[in-house]
Write a protein that binds this ligand. Structure first.
Ligand code: NDP
Length: 453
């Protein structure tokens, strides 16, 4: 995406965007995320002059704190490796900083800042008391041994621990950080601090403080959000054909829940290509291939009669009713969106963060597709993390069914907030405006109340 392809911003917010670009010149993803929010909230500022007087916007686009650090570790061959670690603590006005850690070679400050910025509004939308943050490293876990991953996680936590705590900053997983990495990170935090502080990390194993449904929550939530959007039109997911991208945590449980609600998810992908399985993706096999054997997605097709692998392509050329992009940012561009629309897509629910480019979003909206932005559609993960924090604080364990019912209720609430705000600001059915406005309002009211901090 180049800045020149973005639509013009309202005059009231343009100077803030210009400052962001000048201050963060080499951070295109961060600029893109800020642009998207600023494009929605001029009417909110007009209705609340206090937000302008208190400089809410100018403060919001600047992280409260950003930490970058060296992560040295020794690989299995005895060679020294040095990675870069990040934690951007964007906003704590609604609660302790909260947001995942991403381990992927593409990680840089721009990506962590875009994710941290989005997280502020997403977390606000959930209605839970959690602030916004994100972190990670350019470490690539792929092809690394378990021992190497453990040593890396321990070195990463040797620095990060001093910035964390159950009332300060509570990380979780994201790309490349799953149950295994969270175990190593939590273990090292416990060792260094000599505290078994369950609430300082979410996404923990259910045997040692993790909440039921946290693993499934982001994917389940994105499917619930799609079902809610269809519900407004008297329809549901039952009987729909669904394209899902990715084959990680979000994708696997999006596929699983789509099937449970009577839809058929026919694709999954990774960065090497995608698989098509007209009978519906076999979730057990997908988990075996990706989570247990840790193979590439092509291995799914070779083990599943009737499935095929399409190398180097994305699943958006498939004729489907519903698309749930669940891999990474900017994975669905304008031509993908045009192909989906031409093939009759009716609903897009973003499991990943910012997977659709601005041009793709414009295509969906112009075509009347029900478009659920990640900020709202994938909020189920962090909302269930907040439930994990509550359970840890109260030393309780809620059952799977109870937790799933709470997740469903939370997603209903997130949908209702975004839907209602879109109506209130004269853009009925525009979930981008709705999610941004509703999240922004909550954060801005708290910032005004707490003074210039
Ligand atoms: P995982 O690491 O479990 O899976 C990521 C998947 O996306 C893999 O299939 C991976 O394929 C693919 N992928 C990653 N980077 C790229 C790339 N550059 N190009 C193509 N494919 C890529 O991560 P999650 O499932 O946890 O996260 C997926 C998305 O969901 C991210 O955008 C994340 O920020 C978002 N998200 C996650 C939440 C969670 O609770 N986990 C919460 C909210 C949002 P490959 O193996 O080839 O890299």
């Amino acid at each position: 995406m180049s800045t020149s392809t973005l639509v013009a911003l309202p005059a009231a917010v343009q100077p803030v965007y210009d400052t962001v670009v000048a201050r963060n010149p080499h951070e295109p993803e961060f600029q893109q995320a800020v642009h998207e929010v600023l494009g929605s909230i001029a009417p909110v500022l007009e209705r609340h002059p206090k937000f302008v007087e208190a400089g809410v916007l100018e403060r919001m686009v600047e992280p409260e704190r950003q930490i970058m650090f060296r992560v040295p570790w020794v690989d299995d061959a005895g060679r020294l490796q040095v990675n870069r670690g990040f934690r951007v603590q964007f906003s704590s006005v609604l609660g302790p900083y909260k947001g995942g850690l991403r381990f992927h070679p593409s990680v840089n400050l721009s990506i962590i800042k875009f994710l941290g910025f989005e997280q502020i509004f997403k977390n606000a939308l959930t209605g839970q008391g959690i602030g916004g943050a994100k972190g990670g490293s350019d470490f690539d876990p792929r092809g690394r041994s378990e021992a190497e991953i453990m040593r890396f996680c321990q070195s990463f936590m040797n620095e990060l621990y001093r910035h964390l705590g159950e009332h300060t900053d509570v990380p979780a997983g994201d790309i490349g950080v799953g149950a295994r990495e969270i175990g190593f990170l939590f273990g090292q935090y416990r060792k260094i601090t000599n505290r078994h502080e369950s609430g300082m990390f979410t996404g923990k194993g259910v045997q040692w403080g993790g909440a039921e449904v946290r693993t499934e929550a982001t994917g389940y939530g994105a499917v619930f959000f799609a079902d809610e959007m269809l519900g407004v039109h008297g329809d549901s997911l039952a009987g729909k054909r669904v394209a899902v991208s990715g084959s990680g945590n979000v994708a696997i449980y999006a596929i699983s829940k789509a099937h449970q609600l009577g839809a058929t998810a026919v694709t999954a992908s990774d960065s090497s290509g995608f698989v098509v399985d007209e009978a519906g993706i076999d979730v057990d096999l997908l988990r075996q291939v990706k989570e247990v054997d840790r193979l590439r997605i092509s291995a799914y097709a070779s083990q599943r009669p009737g499935a095929r692998f399409v190398e180097g392509a994305r699943p958006w050329e498939m004729p489907v009713d519903v698309a749930i992009p669940s891999a990474t940012q900017n994975e669905l561009d304008e031509s993908d969106a045009r192909a989906l629309v031409a093939n009759g897509v009716r609903v897009v629910s973003e499991g990943a963060n910012m997977p659709s480019t601005p041009e793709a979003v414009a295509v969906f909206q112009a075509a009347g597709v029900l478009f659920g932005p990640g900020k709202a559609a994938n909020a189920g993960g962090v909302a269930t993390s907040a439930l994990e924090m509550s359970q840890n604080a109260a030393r309780q364990r809620w059952s799977f069914d109870d937790s799933e019912a709470r997740l469903r209720e939370i997603m209903r609430g997130v949908h209702a907030s975004a839907f209602e705000a879109a109506e209130r600001y004269g853009r009925p059915g525009d979930y981008v405006v709705g999610a941004n406005s509703a999240g922004f309002e909550r954060v801005a009211h708290a910032m005004v109340a707490q003074g210039v901090i």
